[in-house]
Ligand binder design. Structure first.
Ligand code: NAD
Length: 452
């Protein structure tokens, strides 16, 4: 029996013990998760420094804060989320108890990605615990130091109910051969398809948190100084390795140079003239991705940056101008600090450009005209749409976070994670009295009964 098979068996046995059905148990585990985060904070920030060159404060801000918020929310709302949810009744069921009862699914597999390896691995776990499931957690092997820290979870959580399995692709594939009650995967769309295929063999439902190219339309009339500040932040955070980073800009040719200049100023303000030596500027995760991104730049006109150092996986904050839709950089998600500007002629063309491609995880639009924003909203589809900002929807637990089509299936955060990892069981409790009320449905279906 493989290690993975054994782990799933143990998790299932623990789930079948029934102890995760108790809300007290779930609360205790969520508090243990809180302890893990506070006691191992230094290990977490050190690991992310090694994996992605993230600064300590950057990790606190973009990985820990949101996670802690999600745990606190689950702790404060658990009783409400888990309680039966009464629904409207009809005439035939007017005297019955009719409600939805959220129930745990069983054993959930959580497969994490490497770019925010704490947040994307542990936020689904918060919902899995809150919903009363057992879980097998597979951190990304690419962020190797963080994966090691995540192994320490075994010291905090019920070791039979929750398991961390480290390893690479073979280990993930072996896990995917097992039977789960839900698979929650974060990563690229190619592997997302493999996950869905493997899940289909057991009819296991999946949540796929994927990526893609999130467009950013900059309207001619908007305040370019503010717009470019927010875009620069969203793009170069974590060295561009953010699933919802604006992937490329669409704007009219007449404002392209102004956009470039405003972004140049912001890069200097945020990362100094020497981003390479600056603490808040990250690195590409590994040489494979470094080479991939450098390859994407080839053939395009570099307006800002372009400097690189392979030995450090460093790529300067880069802007490409006059990029054509056919260029390499427009064929796949960039996932690096490279921002192409594709000149287009106005809003209608931008909408057409977006609609000719896969549905993105996010669409960003910068405009001071509400009609322009509404038109973009009404005529496109994406996981999320933000006007005049980037990324911040991620921080709102009441907004479902997820993609549509090629950018993912299902959503999470806050109550959405709880519901996603619960079975919403329909319950109807009738008593055996008042049989007269039921006569209409029993044959023979006479006209007399219908008149009644
Ligand atoms: P990755 O390479 O770490 O892969 C993710 C997981 O898939 C890992 O645990 C890995 O073991 C497993 N895996 C990789 N190849 C596999 C295979 N052949 N068979 C089975 N399992 C396999 O991460 P990544 O895919 O490079 O992550 C980056 C992508 O994730 C980007 O597209 C990004 O947009 C997306 N992402 C999405 C979100 C979101 O919330 N929507 C968040 C972060 C990242």
């Amino acid at each position: 029996m493989s290690r993975e098979e054994l782990v799933v068996q143990q998790a299932r046995k623990a789930f079948q013990s029934g102890r995760s059905k108790s809300l007290d148990f779930r609360i205790e585990q969520l508090k243990n998760l809180q302890h893990f985060i506070s006691e191992k904070q230094k290990d977490i920030t050190d690991a992310l420094q090694k994996d992605l060159c993230k600064s300590e404060n950057g990790t606190l801000l973009y990985e820990i804060l949101g996670l802690e918020g999600e745990i606190n929310l689950a702790l404060s709302k658990l009783a409400e989320w888990a309680a039966p949810r009464p629904v409207d009744k009809n005439l035939l069921t007017i005297f019955d108890e009719v409600y939805i009862r959220p129930e745990p699914l069983g054993v959930v597999l959580i497969i994490g990605a490497w770019n925010y390896p704490i947040a994307v691995t542990l936020q689904p776990l918060v919902g899995a615990i809150a919903a009363g499931n057992a879980a097998v957690i597979k951190p990304s092997e690419v962020s190797i130091h963080t994966a090691k820290v995540l192994e320490l979870l075994n010291m905090y959580l019920d070791p039979e109910m929750y398991h961390v399995v480290t390893g690479g692709v073979p280990e993930t594939q072996e896990l995917l051969r097992q039977r789960f009650d839900h698979i929650f995967y974060t990563g690229n769309s190619t592997v997302g398809k493999l996950v869905m295929e493997a899940a289909a063999r057991h009819l296991t439902p999946v949540t796929l948190e994927l990526g893609g190219k999130s467009p950013c339309y900059v309207d001619k009339g908007c305040d370019l100084r503010i717009a470019c500040r927010r875009i620069t932040w969203g793009k170069y955070l974590n060295c561009g390795q953010t699933c919802i980073a604006p992937d490329y800009i669409l704007c009219e040719p007449s404002i392209q140079d102004k956009v470039v200049e405003e972004i140049r100023k912001c890069i200097q303000e945020f990362y100094t003239n020497d981003p390479k030596s600056f603490t808040d500027y990250g690195r590409i995760i590994n040489q494979r991705h470094f080479k991939r991104i450098m390859e994407l730049i080839k053939g395009s006109t570099v307006a800002i940056g372009g400097e690189q150092d392979e030995s450090q996986c460093y790529i300067a904050p880069t802007v490409l101008k006059d990029v054509t839709p056919e260029s390499k950089v427009m064929q796949e998600e960039i996932f690096g600090p490279v921002l192409p500007i594709v000149p287009i002629n106005g809003l209608n063309e931008a909408i057409q450009f977006i609609n000719e491609r896969e549905k993105p995880l996010a669409i960003y639009i910068f405009s001071s005209n509400k009609k322009v924003i509404k038109k973009m909203m009404m005529e496109t589809s994406s996981g999320a749409l933000l006007a005049n900002d980037c990324l911040v929807h991620y921080s709102i637990s009441d907004l479902p976070f997820g993609g549509v089509g090629n950018s993912g299936t299902g959503c999470y955060h806050g109550k959405y994670t709880f519901d996603r990892l619960s079975h919403l069981r329909s319950c109807l409790i009738k008593n055996l009295n008042m049989e007269r009320l039921n006569l209409i449905r029993y044959p023979p279906h006479t006209a007399e009964k219908l008149r009644w």
